[in-house]
Design a binder for this molecule. Structure first.
Ligand code: HEC
Length: 114
């Protein structure tokens, strides 16, 4: 019995440590995503809060809020490019972008592109 209690105690500590670590890492992750968007030229056509050539990322996040497969769908849509969802302007395909990076960017955009 003593054994199981101390394991639970250890798990609580572990959970606490992990959540503290995640909180510490979050701002860096957001910066990394912004840098990724910058590096790939996304920010030449998109901004977080205002429409440029393409839709504002906050509008994209609002449009797909609550849609379960939004990250997957947007990651595909980013790599493929397209037109007609937001207006007449076309977004060129981002074929150099890896699937992993496209998913990171999709998740970042859905989170409000902060
Ligand atoms: C040359 C300008 C341009 C560049 C560069 C560009 N976009 Fe776009 N983007 C657009 C336009 C225009 C649309 C709207 C397309 C439409 O109406 O279907 C769009 C749409 C989107 C959407 C919404 C897609 C949807 O399915 O609703 C996302 C997300 C997006 N872009 C992310 C990105 C990311 C990430 C990058 C960089 C890897 C990027 N864009 C680069 C112009 C651009």
């Amino acid at each position: 019995m003593k054994f199981s209690i101390s394991i639970r105690h250890a798990m609580n500590h572990l959970a606490l440590c992990l959540s503290t670590a995640l909180i510490a890492v979050a701002p860096f992750a957001a910066q990394a995503n912004k840098a990724l968007a910058e590096k790939n030229g996304c920010l030449g056509c998109h901004a977080a809060a205002v429409k440029l050539v393409g839709p504002a990322y906050k509008d994209v996040a609002a449009k797909y809020a609550g849609q379960a497969d939004a990250t997957e769908m947007l990651a595909k849509s980013i790599r493929a490019g397209g037109t007609g969802k937001w207006g007449e302007m076309a977004m060129p395909a981002q074929s150099k972008l890896s699937e992993a990076d496209a998913k990171k960017l999709a998740a970042w955009i859905l989170g409000g592109a902060k």
